[in-house]
Design a protein around this ligand. Structure first.
Ligand SMILES: [Zn+2]
Ligand SMILES: [Zn+2]
Length: 109
């Protein structure tokens, strides 16, 4: 076998391994970030929200204004305003108030 060809094949193999390793590394990093984000969002949820099963079909999420389906889960703040989990957690990530009535959530009752 031609030596130049042989060398270039070795280099290609090494490069493929490096890309593979890089992809795995990025994938793991992504998993780790999602994992910690979920832990963080759960801690927000446990601290400020109460999960209830919707029994009234006219309950609305105060952020996206969609109505809840019956037996869907709604998340309520201490002011009794109800939201989707994703809608309110995005908000709580930035502000610790109710987006509707602006009640301070950090203050103890
Ligand atoms: Zn919503
Ligand atoms: Zn409120």
């Amino acid at each position: 076998m031609n030596l130049t060809l042989h060398t270039s094949r070795i280099i290609e193999t090494i490069r493929d391994i490096e890309y593979g390793t890089l992809y795995i590394f990025i994938y793991l990093l992504f998993c780790l970030i999602s994992f910690y984000k979920e832990i963080f969002l759960n801690s927000l949820q446990n601290k400020y929200l109460q999960k209830i099963k919707v029994k009234d079909k006219y309950i609305q999420c105060s952020i996206c204004l969609d109505y809840f389906n019956l037996d869907e889960y709604a998340y309520i703040l201490k002011c009794n305003h109800s939201f989707h989990r994703d809608c309110i957690l995005q908000w709580l990530n930035i502000k610790k108030t109710c987006p509707l009535c602006r009640i301070e959530l950090e203050l103890n009752n």
